[in-house]
Design a protein. Sequence first.
Length: 552
Amino acid sequence: MTVTPAERAAAGPPQQPEPFVPSGRAARLGPEARASMYLFLGVFLFYATLGYFVVVRWHIIVGDGVSRLAHAYFVFYNQPPKLAAIGFVWPPLMTVVLLPFAAIKPLATSLVALPVMSAAFGAGLIVVLERTLALLGMPRAKRLPLVALIGINPMILYYSGNGMGESVSLFLIAFSVYAFLRWYLERTVGTLVFASVALTLALLARYESLLSALVLGIAVGAVLIRRRASRDELEGGVTTFFAPIAYGLGLWVFFNWLIMGNPFYWLHSEVTQTFVATRTQVATSSNVALATSVSRTVALTWYLFPVTWIVAGALFAAFVRRRDLISLVLGVLVLLNPLTTAFLAAATQSDQPFQLRYNLRAVPVVFVGLAWLWRLAEGRRAKTAVWVVSAGLLAASIPVTWHTMQTWRFQAQEQAFTRALASGKDQEGTHSLGIGITVGDRPEFEAAHWIKRHVHARDSVLTDDEQTFEVMLLTGRPGLFLDRIDHGDAYWHAALANPQGRVRYFLVTRWRPDLIQEQYPTVLTGGVPWLRPVYRNSRWEIFRVTPPPQPH
């Protein structure tokens, strides 16, 4: 329709739209969110400070954490830099979470990145556990003492500061259980997706998390059936839960097939110390009968965190008495870790599953189990009694865990941590149960210092990065090394077979076998005439590769 000039004049000037003024409400944090943020910052600073002392001042260095940091560093600073440096031998998330910290050279080469990363996830764990208590209705005055008691448990302290991936997997498991309970209580589909995504990430951090995903997936179906959901609702809920897990695992399988040529390369015999003993572990393994495995697992679980068996029994009793499905689900989740440990020890005939760190995964679920029992209690007196018992059990577990860290044979320098925390003294050069070498990394720093002084050209030092990753990291210049990451195993093995004229040095470990020793068994005893030793310390030896004789 055409508007005439007279009609336009009668209508007056066109009205201007009112300008948009942001209200600022979306950016405001509620009191609970602010409290969680303050809790996270406080716990993070505490764990990061403690971790700085553990790694930098007390020199308690766990090789697995440094390995992940080194390979994250190689992603940015190796020559050539490549994302494939993350590797396919270990679950990828353990290295991926270190990428932001490894990108900052001083953080990585000083190893400060290790406590910063684990402190962030340790603080996240504490916040999630506190939010779980709030979800179940526990007042702040009662939930803060409980999270404080779990937060100062010696194992939580150690693994929230030493740079290992345990804090990552603990956080993801706790978050997945929190999201599942929130879905159960509030019936919001979004939280079910959060639970699934958290379990997907947990699976890419520890492959055995697949068992937790299966248990919670079955629980989703059982909850929907009990609620008399329609068939479409049941299929939709279960599909919603399992779709991210299937996608994440499928993507990892695809990358293994695309890059390594084998979709199940991640299930290779050296994939994980959790499922299959590696070559060096097989050499030190012992005959572990099923009965022995079960009895040792029961004892380990009791000595490490005795609350586990008590809470598991109480949850199953609650299920039998009240037909409470969540009690059954939490009880099964609590028992997954000891059952997995017993099975793996018997199946692999290895003592490695009895390491303390592999049996820490039940702790956040046990804590949630205590909170659920508090929720089930009827009446103020009953709730108070459950809270008092829970606080007492968590407090009593602290000295028990401390003693176990001092005495348990299968560990990752927990004994050194207890000595350092009690005395404040540097642990460099001391001994700790569970490792075959002295505590500390002075030999690595000294070898790295020699290389920085004497080596300046790219690909000058041939080395097996699977063993020498820390020396490479501490130089800050991984491009100096010709390693297996650079151009692939085939190229590296060809250089190892004919190194004269291609590299100037060999870096060889003295304390455990590597692929150089496999190729040249007499390398450390002077049996290779064209290798001249130029540097040696207690763990490392560097050889000069003499040039081939010139034809006359």
